[in-house]
Design a protein around this ligand. Structure first.
Ligand SMILES: [Zn+2]
Ligand SMILES: [Zn+2]
Length: 100
């Protein structure tokens, strides 16, 4: 069973490697509008990265009516992706496709 799953609500897609998940999320899911600042970002990993790099945990919790568990799950996802993914190559691939 492929070890990475998409994680976007209602999707259930599974992938062999993390780069494929990010590319899938960015190209096949609708964009996400940040509830804190209104910026349109790709769904999935990039939405999480935007929320936690650009905003404080408190802003995130307030805007998304999230609890600390929801924050921790997203932080774990972000760490796991960043440990494993070659993000530069993912970003380059996505730029080539015109998806970023
Ligand atoms: Zn998906
Ligand atoms: Zn934002």
């Amino acid at each position: 069973m492929p070890r990475w799953k998409c994680g976007v609500e209602g999707c259930g897609g599974r992938f062999e490697d993390v780069e494929s998940v990010i590319i899938h999320q960015t190209t096949e899911h609708e964009r996400h509008e940040c509830k804190v600042c209104g910026t349109i970002v790709p769904e999935g990993y990039f939405a999480i990265r935007h929320a936690f790099d650009e905003h404080t945990r408190a802003e995130f919790v307030r805007a998304y009516e999230a609890d600390s568990t929801a924050v921790r799950i997203r932080e774990d996802v972000k760490d796991a992706v960043e440990d494993e993914a070659d993000l530069n190559s993912v970003v380059q691939k996505l730029r080539k496709k015109g998806a970023l």
